[in-house]
Structures are given as C-alpha cells and as structure tokens.
Ligand binder design. Structure first.
Ligand SMILES: Cc1cc2nc3c(=O)[nH]c(=O)nc-3n(C[C@H](O)[C@H](O)[C@H](O)COP(=O)(O)OP(=O)(O)OC[C@H]3O[C@@H](n4cnc5c(N)ncnc54)[C@H](O)[C@@H]3O)c2cc1C
Length: 388
C-alpha cells in the first residue's frame, strides 16, 4: 500500500524535513506532499534585514521548486485545521488525506491578552511583515524632522526584537533619517535567560547604535499612538513593532493533539499524542527533560533531520531515533555589526566566549549561507552573502 506522507510548512523545519524525507522514503512505497501558504522558503532569521533594505528579499527567499524534487507534490494553500480523527488536513474548501503527518507550521505572535496590542502593533513573522515595517518606518521618517523625530518602538528584546532594533538604527544612519529607536523589555535585562556576558555585549552594541533600551517595566496597554507601562510614563510611537513572544498557530486549534498554547507537545522522537502525527520546529514543544529546546532556527533545522528519518522508520516498523538539542551558540546581528557567543563548529569550540567585529559577522553570514547551500547549492548561497 502506498503511504501518504504530508508535511505542513516551508520553514527550516518543513524544508529540512522534506529533503530528508525525499532520501529516506526511497526505501518504502510512499507519496510525499508538501503544503505551505507561500511557495518559497523564507530564511526567517534574516527577515529583519528587509526592514532596512527590501532589496534583500530575493536573496532570503528560496522557491520550493529549488528545494524539493519533482516527485514531491507541492500544494500552495493555507492550512485551516487538522482533523486527526479523519486523518485529513483542512485547506480552504478542500481536504488532503494523510497516513503520516509532520507539522512544521512555525509559530505566531503572542499578545498575552495585553489590551490594544493585537490591534495596534506590527508583527515580524513573515516577509510581508518586514516589508510593512520598512514602509511604515520610511513613511514616519518622511513626516518627521530633527526637532520632532519619528518614534520607532520595538517591544520585546529577544532575538527578533534586538536584531530589528539594530536594522532600524542602521536605516536611520544610512539615510540620515530623523528617527529615535526604542527597545522595550518587560524583564530586567535584554535577551532574557541568556548568559550575562552575551547580554552585556548586545546591550553595548545597541547603545553604540543609539538604541534607547528600556527594561524592567511590562507594557500594560497599547493604544493608537502610545504604549503604557506598569510603572513608567507612556511612550508615544509612530511605529510600534511587537516581538515579545510566540504561541502556536491558530490552525492547530482543536486538532485533537496534546499541546501547550497550540504548540504540539511531542516526545524526543517527535511523536505526538497521535501515532501518525509528528511535530517539529516552533510548532512543537519537544520533550528534552529539564532543558526544552528553544524556538530557534538552529533547533528547527537540527530537528528536521531526525524527524524526517523517524517518519520513514515508523512506516518501516523500525525503532525511532531520539533527538537531543545541541546548542551550537548564538550569533546576533546589530545592523552591520555582529556578536558571537559560545560558538562551536563541529567538534571545535571557539576559545573566546563572546566576540564581535569581523569574525562574528563572518560566522553569522557563514551559518546562514551554509543553510541556504544545504537546501540549494553554494553558488546560490554565495549570491545571498551580502544580504545575510
Ligand atoms: C526577525 C527574526 C530573527 C530571528 N533570528 C534568529 C536567529 O538569529 N537565530 C535563530 O536560531 N533563530 C532566529 N529566529 C527564530 C527562527 O526564525 C524560528 O525559530 C524558526 O523560523 C522556526 O522555524 P520553523 O520551521 O519552525 O517555522 P517557520 O520558519 O516560521 O516556518 C513556518 C512555515 O509554515 C508556513 N505556515 C505558517 N502557517 C501556515 C498555515 N496556516 N498554512 C500553511 N502554511 C503555513 C510559513 O509560511 C512557513 O513556511 C528569528 C526569528 C525572527 C522572526
């Protein structure tokens, strides 16, 4: 019997899994279908670059036809739901049946019920989001003056917030635009939960880039032109971007799988509460004992390798592999600058824990280029080099 294997999402998790499955499923009788709302893979961890320069978009999007082989059927559609009892994926007006499903739909922005946040904040989860932020920042700057600069506020100082603030600051410098950039974080330090040496290095870079950092005061409300805090005075804004948290996709509501806020919970072999469904990347909360894997590109592309293998092993009736997240360090860009922390390349750990300047910038570019090269080819990756 031909098994129907369906993969949802074309991010790091989905694209990586498709390539692994194309190899692994050669051993069994299976059809592979890949469903995503865009017909390209977005190198999302570089999406903030498009805030400064929309011209990078061709470099950071890879058409699915360059990733999947012709034998894989690609369906461009928005997943509206999954019915695990009927084993179907629900699209707009039709369904796709599966025998085995791999959920890799990523995450969406969490608003934590903060009044006015969803209505007034811009988000950064797609290329269109980044282009929208670019337009709004450019428009606000065009209406502003040195005496009355445009106020751009980024809420949330994790990887996306920090790097977005860096891009807005660089946009301001390149165009000599009258913009004040604010980075607002509820907790007492930026990059919450990270090593203090990394936090300090990132803070310094942001301050050098003239980003005003405000910590230790949660946003309690957003309205049309200002955000309000638990303690501090309200902050007026012209552009407000919220990157302060993630949650699972609405599409995974009521799908019958165990989940935490629509992020599907799964074992360390990516099996969910339904034997026929696997989940990876930001869409999943993977059991890793006391140290859950972070929702990062790095974790998603590692997971894709093992999950792809495990779907094939399930069909073959073989034991599954378990996955342990391997933290290979952190690479952060602040505009044209970069910071590297605890980076290891294969068995080699770079002896200096935290460093910046050209070596960090090179490493950051190299890691993103290596991902693109793995999906396509080194010549394709090198054409993107300047945009990474
Ligand atoms: C600005 C920014 C900077 C970041 N920087 C870093 C970094 O430096 N390092 C790092 O490791 N991580 C970084 N991250 C986090 C990283 O990008 C995510 O953890 C990663 O993208 C998760 O991969 P994924 O495949 O699970 O999801 P995604 O990459 O989000 O892919 C999800 C896929 O599903 C598709 N999809 C979503 N909903 C639907 C639907 N309903 N129907 C059909 N298709 C759908 C999407 O179009 C997409 O193709 C950053 C994120 C952002 C936003």
């Amino acid at each position: 019997m031909t098994e129907k294997v369906v993969v949802l999402g074309a991010g790091y998790a989905g694209a990586g899994a498709i390539q692994k499955l194309e190899t692994e499923l050669q051993r069994v009788d299976a059809d592979l279908t890949w469903i995503s709302d865009n017909d390209y893979h977005l190198v999302l961890h570089e999406a903030h670059r498009a805030i400064r320069d929309p011209g990078v978009q061709d470099d950071i999007t890879i058409p699915v036809g360059q990733i999947a082989s012709p034998g894989t059927e690609f369906v461009k559609a928005t997943v509206e739901g999954v019915d695990t009892a009927e084993q179907v994926v629900e699209l707009d007006g039709r369904t796709v049946e599966y025998d085995y499903l791999l959920v890799a739909l990523g995450s969406q922005t969490a608003y934590y019920g903060i009044p006015g946040m969803e209505e007034h904040a811009l988000t950064l989860k797609s290329l269109d989001d980044a282009l929208d932020i670019h337009e709004q920042v450019a428009e606000a700057a065009s209406q502003a003056s040195r005496n009355d600069p445009a106020q751009v506020v980024i809420g949330g100082a994790g990887l996306s917030g920090i790097q977005s603030a860096g891009e807005v600051a660089r946009f301001r410098d390149e165009r000599r635009a009258p913009i004040d950039v604010y980075l607002v974080e509820a907790l007492d330090e930026i990059m919450p939960g990270q090593d203090s040496e990394l936090q300090g290095a990132v803070r310094k870079r942001l301050e050098d880039a003239d980003v005003e950092i405000m910590t230790d005061d949660p946003i309690t409300e957003a309205n049309e032109d200002a955000i309000h805090f638990d303690e501090g005075d309200p902050l007026e804004y012209d552009v407000f971007v919220w990157t302060g948290g993630i949650t699972g996709r609405d599409a995974m509501d009521d799908c019958g799988l165990d989940d935490e806020h629509n992020r599907v919970t799964c074992e360390s072999d990516f099996r969910t509460s339904d034997d026929r469904v696997f989940a990876i990347g930001d869409s999943a909360v993977v059991d890793q004992g006391d140290n859950p894997a972070p929702p990062t590109a790095q974790a998603a592309w590692q997971a894709a390798e093992v999950a792809g293998e495990n779907v094939a092993r399930t069909i073959e009736g073989r034991p599954l592999e378990t996955w342990t997240y391997d933290d290979k360090g952190t690479l952060v860009s602040i505009g044209e600058k970069a910071i590297a922390h605890d980076v290891s390349a294969g068995p080699v750990t770079v002896p200096i824990r935290t460093f910046n300047s050209y070596p960090a910038k090179f490493l950051k570019k190299f890691v993103a280029a290596r991902w693109i090269a793995g999906l396509t080819s080194w010549p394709r990756a090198l054409t993107a080099w300047d945009s990474l």
